[in-house]
Design a protein around this ligand. Structure first.
Ligand code: ZN
Length: 572
């Protein structure tokens, strides 16, 4: 490819709406352009990267027996009504009607479509295991599309679905995908850590997310430096700590104190000169129409996913001001467990609290020396809080550390959620009808490419790993007007191309500085510079993008040196 013909408009300035490195560099290097919020057009270089990531994924999916299909983007509402998700999916789903008024959506995911496809064909245990995957656009009408490909409304995903006749089969499918994912991300040049996660709207019981650790990541990951434990913040388990010592604590006298204007834990702890961990937060929720109270320690945050699981409710919302007033007799900020006639659910950390500060269910009043059992009764204790860095590891004696992560993939054991709802059954060895057991396995293709940039760049631009670089080599003559340079460049370009190297010749009549800047910005792993002086000495310069290392190589050895550098994976 000649640079003069390549449609790769680079930008010197960073576009104002780009906040994170990968987004900035993908725009600046001319890989993509924005069409609408969260919707992007890929330009030739960007598409080459996407196709390479896809190809790596394809090879690894095929290697575990995956068969590629292509499912429709436009999906009929009836299928989503069968699974119950037409109503559940909410505003994130792009919905549309055809001319007859029939409802459709642009697929945010493909469980329904694939389950419907399989239920009409798979009738016997002999037809399984079956692993089908596709690489396809997905649509989610995100409230806040941002960070370029990290959180788009149209995005490319690989999604595989496994169908097995028993749980052992599902296990095999799950761990095969899990291991394939580790290989895929490693081949793309990023390290992705599997972490335990919550299954959210997709459903199922067991799931791991693959996280690339980066400060720009939107997710908080907690991991133990002493063992293998790693989980995202939604999932991370809080530890129930046994009461220390045999001594009976001295219980103070329950008393009401005036706390004018103090509503937040910070204000109260400052006002009463106590630590936040000596206070109890009382949060009122409406769960399936019923008001309940949840208690967490003052320095902790509630994890609503855990609360929802404990209650087993469909809907869970923080109570509004009116509901709070009705239930407590006080405005927001003064709710407390004493004499509160609501079911109380408390985090484990409340169990051993002594002489706590709580709201008094009265404007500008709190209570001190509130004690469990004596002053209030809890209906159920559970792990309800958001785990924080510094907390105990649930698997060993270690303390958890926190890091930000980019979720590039996720694997789920779906079980029979969709097959039962949609009637995908088979006959087992004994002729008994059973629901198919499913798993699903996603990778964000664009997000993976963006994550590669987050982990592989410097102040000059992108540093592509060879495996996903749009081109491997750029040949840069310092001056195209110099006939010897032009000719030597052309020769090398032809030689590399003939050897199967993906090469661009910068044949533009630009100043060398401009060409070098573009080469660094786009991130070709190898640049070969051809200048008058080195040519006179019968040599060319090979510059390695990642290390900036410069090799002066005799002209006749340049092509073979480049090939060896690429082949040995020395430069990655
Ligand atoms: Zn641990």
């Amino acid at each position: 490819m000649y640079m003069s013909q390549l449609y790769s408009p680079t930008l010197r300035e960073t576009p104002a709406d780009a906040e994170i490195v990968s987004h900035k560099l993908m725009l600046r290097a001319g890989l993509m352009r924005r069409s609408a919020a969260g919707v992007y057009a890929f330009l030739p270089l960007g598409l080459r990267v996407i196709r390479k990531v896809e190809q790596i994924i394809r090879e690894e999916m095929n290697a575990i027996g995956g068969q590629e299909v292509l499912l429709p983007i436009v999906q009929p509402a009836e299928l989503w009504e069968e699974s119950g998700r037409w109503a559940d999916y909410g505003d994130e789903m792009f919905r549309l009607r055809d001319r007859q008024g029939r409802q459709f959506c642009l697929g945010p995911t493909h469980e329904e479509i694939i389950t419907a496809l399989v239920r009409s064909e798979v009738r016997s245990y002999r037809q399984m295991p079956l692993r089908l995957y596709q690489i396809q656009n997905k649509y989610r009408d995100e409230m806040r599309p941002r960070f370029g490909l990290m959180r788009g409304r149209e995005f490319i995903m690989k999604d595989m679905y496994s169908f097995d006749s028993d749980n052992e089969g599902l296990d095999e499918s799950y761990w095969a995908a899990y291991k394939a994912y580790a290989r895929i991300f490693a081949r793309c040049g990023v390290e992705a850590h599997p972490v335990e996660a919550d299954s959210g709207a997709i459903g199922g019981d067991v799931t791991h997310e693959f996280m690339v650790l980066a400060d720009s990541g939107e997710d908080l990951v907690l991991f133990c430096p002493q063992c293998e434990y790693a989980a995202n913040v939604e999932r991370a388990e809080g530890v129930r700590i046994p009461r220390g010592g045999d001594e009976q604590p001295h219980l103070g006298e329950l008393a009401k104190v005036a706390t004018p204007g103090a509503r937040t834990i910070e204000q109260i702890s400052e006002f009463l000169n106590v630590k936040p961990e000596d206070c109890i937060k009382t949060l009122l929720y409406v769960a399936d129409g019923q008001v309940i109270a949840a208690l967490v320690r003052g320095d902790h945050n509630i994890n609503e996913i855990k609360l929802r699981k404990l209650l087993g409710c469909e809907t869970l919302e923080l109570a509004d001001d009116e509901t709070i007033f009705k239930a407590t007799g006080a405005p927001v900020g003064f709710a407390g467990p004493v004499a509160l006639s609501l079911p109380l659910y408390a985090d484990y950390a409340i169990e051993h609290m002594v002489n706590a500060v709580v709201g008094a269910n009265e404007l500008d009043q709190h209570m001190v020396n509130a004690n469990l059992d004596r002053d209030f009764k809890v209906k159920e204790f559970a792990d309800l809080r958001e785990v924080q860095p510094g907390d105990l590891c649930p698997r060993c004696e270690g303390r958890l550390e926190g890091a930000r992560g980019i979720e590039v993939g996720q694997v789920f054991k779906l079980g029979t959620k969709y097959s039962e709802a949609m009637g995908a059954t088979f006959l087992d060895e004994n002729g008994k009808e059973k629901p198919v057991i499913m798993g699903c396995y996603g990778i964000g293709v664009g997000r993976t490419a963006a994550a590669v940039i987050e982990k592989n760049h410097d102040e000059d631009g992108i540093i592509w790993p060879v495996s996903v670089a749009p081109y491997h080599v750029i040949v840069v003559p310092v001056s195209m007007k110099d006939e010897a340079q032009a000719k030597a460049s052309q020769n090398l370009y032809e030689e590399l191309k003939a050897a199967g190297v993906e090469v661009v010749l910068d044949d533009r009549n630009e100043r060398p500085g401009v060409k070098f800047k573009d080469a660094d910005l786009i991130g070709f792993p190898i640049r070969v510079t051809i200048g008058a002086k080195s040519l006179e000495q019968g040599a060319m310069e090979i510059i390695i993008r990642r290390t900036k290392e410069k090799l002066v190589v005799p002209i006749e050895d340049v092509a073979s040196t480049v090939k060896n550098l690429l082949k040995d994976g020395e430069i990655r």
